[in-house]
Design a protein around this ligand. Sequence first.
Ligand code: HSE
Length: 416
Amino acid sequence: MHQQLNIGLFGFGVVGEGLYKVLQQTPSLKAEIKKVCIKNPGKKRNAPESLFTTNKDELLNDPTINVIVEVIDDADAAFEIVSTALRNGKQVVSASKKMIAEHLPALLELQNTTGQSLLYEAAACASIPVIRNLEEYYDNDLLHSIKAIVNGSTNFILTKIFEEGLDFKQALLLAQQAGFAESNPKLDVEGYDAVNKWTFLLTHAYGITSGPNEILFNGIQNIHATDATVASGKKQEIKLVAQAQKLLNGKVAAFVLPQFIKQEDHLAFVKNEYNGVVIESGFSDKQFFYGKGAGSFPTASAVLSDISALRYGYKYEYKKLYHHQPHSLSQDIFLRVYISFDDIALVPKEEFEWIEEWHANEDRKYLVGVIAFSKLKNSNWWKENNNSLILTPDPVIEETETRKLKKRSLELAGIG
Ligand code: HSE
């Protein structure tokens, strides 16, 4: 028998209001919002005034509320709310990616000790059911790689700039007006939001529980118009791509960086605020998931699906973490990268294993070369001084392969 869900909702912004409307259109769910806790009582809201309070205890201590839905954008306050709710015996649905990424070990512990369910499908790729798929469907050891666009705002901005000719400021403003961007858009543009999402997707995919600062990442802030010209000359596009790949040593390489994508790649099809996930597994080869990754109703739809899942007691089992040997992250790879720059003196050429292309006569100079992952992870020169680093398609080179390639390139140069 499905239980009646009485919801205490935290937040009535783009997602919270979306959920309110979506719930009104799905009476069959037997879920009702009893109270909404907001920060700013002065704001005009499209819902009866009696629904709102600024006192969080009215929700957290109400014994008739059995589900807390938390869709606020203050990660510290969100953690406080979610922890208290779980401790108070309530089930929780959250969309706070930053909070989940930064507090995952504590949230795992809280789920274990309280036995309550915490679901957060809306926190990554909004409308695409990626977490439940990674958790349930790929409950085996065959996930070779995942390559994804997980941030709608940056994908929207890149589409608007490179396909519709808008400038960066106009494109960002449109993303903000549509409710896609974070209230601090730096989180989107500089890659923080994407790496936060990648952190817990790696937990569901591979049992990895490393924090966001252990993953190599950057956003789209350094990309130049000339980089896009190079891309289109090669029939490629530039996307902000989150990638994880299982290595021969059994570990996983993971990063979130701008990447050149071939036009025939599934991810090239992903435009505007859409997200896409390409999963490569042992027997099925490639599978492509596609859907809206930001915005009011697409995000609310994932929250709604989590609420619905609570009716039959669904919980994440974290199967890759608890029922399999969890994977760990590896830095033992090399990356084939493109870097455009103004001044070669600010690019440490000696850090590269070898350089394959060198274009010194263009207005904006660039090179393509192979560099150890650890050298990028432990430095910042490639994010600074107007340098723009973009991965080439299929950028991962494993160590054994590198030795062979390096030997061959030295032999060709007559020094091997
Ligand atoms: N700012 C986020 C994005 C919202 O653009 O993807 C959805 O998580």
